[in-house]
Design a protein around this ligand. Sequence first.
Ligand SMILES: [Zn+2]
Length: 86
Amino acid sequence: MESKDLTNEQKDKVKACKTPNEILELAKNEGIELDEEQLEQISGGDWGVDSRYITCDECHSNVTVTEQDFAKHYVVCPKCNSVYNI
Ligand SMILES: [Zn+2]
């Protein structure tokens, strides 16, 4: 059973989301199961200036940018400790 495959309708809904959180919310509401790879694709997408996530250049993991990070103007990748100015 290919429960992880999204229908075209679900894909359109996902594309309409503006933030990774909206997608996670949608997934919950729709009962969509997203595996790690899909989540990575989603949160590694281009979310514009309001993005609260960056993709680490070194290890390609998604780094959450918090209010505190914005205040400090840098964020540290939790996996490889790369530092990014924000
Ligand atoms: Zn990293």
